[in-house]
Design a protein around this ligand. Sequence first.
Ligand code: PLP
Length: 389
Amino acid sequence: VTRQSSPDSTPVPLVDLRAQYRTLREKVLAAIESVLESMQLNLGPNVRAFEQEFASYCGTQYAVGVGSGTEALHLALLAVGVGPGDEVITSAHTFFATVEAILLCGARPVLCDVRDDTLNIDPEQVERRVTPRTRAIIPVHMHGQPAEMDALLDIGRRAGVAVIEDACQAHGARYRGRRAGSLGDAGCFSFYVAKNLGAYGEAGAVVTSNPEIARAVAALRDHGSEERYHHNRPGVNSRLDEIQAAVLRVKLPYLDEWNDARRRLAGRYGQLLAGANVRLPFEHPDCTHVYHHYAVRVADRDRLREHLQAKGIATGIHYPVPLHLQPALASYGWERGTFPNVERAANELLSLPMYAELQDADAQRVAAAVLEFQARDRPGVPHAREVQS
Ligand SMILES: Cc1ncc(COP(=O)(O)O)c(C=O)c1O
């Protein structure tokens, strides 16, 4: 990567898609051109090859390319039999799409609080919410770190329900050595443009080693048909297109390298922010975190965010409104205070710039700006809590 470290006035984006594109331009253009020359535009050779390559990367028997991460979740749930009247347990700290997929099946979302350290679903809470109507559990590997899969798989096994991983933020992450997505009955990925592995449009995949799930998802993504114009059940139109698959095939070989760079950068932020009054992301000893977000926690989040913005440093909030307080879910009657760890996280989380091409000098600028804000804000007065080495 050739980009020079930026002078103090150059904006630091949250994610820099152009910086990555510059490193891949020729290969991407050649791949797109060859799709256009072939005019095989969906479910063709690139989709088939990407499915094999991605399954092999994840360590599963199958991958099925679909139109988005949301559709990956929706179709995986349908494939394991989730339907109206069923309950699906998931975390209240996730992107809205996780719950949307449950609603699209006509099922009822049952939310849980997260662990305060990892911000991943708390297995004890899952256990307490299993009922005879539970049909699936969706652990979400938030911010790029896998949930506690052994405990969750054990709950799933005892209850006789499917465990569908939402790995949309965790491409390449590992749990006890195994890849995210390969641990449950199926794993669902988004290749949204800004993901660790991002397409240049919308795309997603379901990975699994269960041939029935793979077959069901492959039919459901294409109007429920295995043979053209023969429809066994209604599905959707959610085919992965060839141009996106071709782009993903160019990018996949770099994913580990990019994740390593993210992890190095996370380590660097950790050093640089050691003296700041922020709580750094916690890396669970069982996990290899791939830092889709580098989300710190800080008491005075909104003012710090403004300070960074004024210095040209972009940040993100993932996510400002917990799921149980979303207007779209008001009919379920969850009140403020129901999931205290999620609510606290929603007030404190701040995602700092994080992408493989981010330069060390930029990370230094970000950290210096955080330290400057805090020194100016409360000279000599440490915040009472949330300091972690
Ligand atoms: C945790 C999580 N689940 C689901 C999704 C949905 O993926 P998509 O935007 O590709 O539909 C996303 C990403 O956007 C996500 O971060």
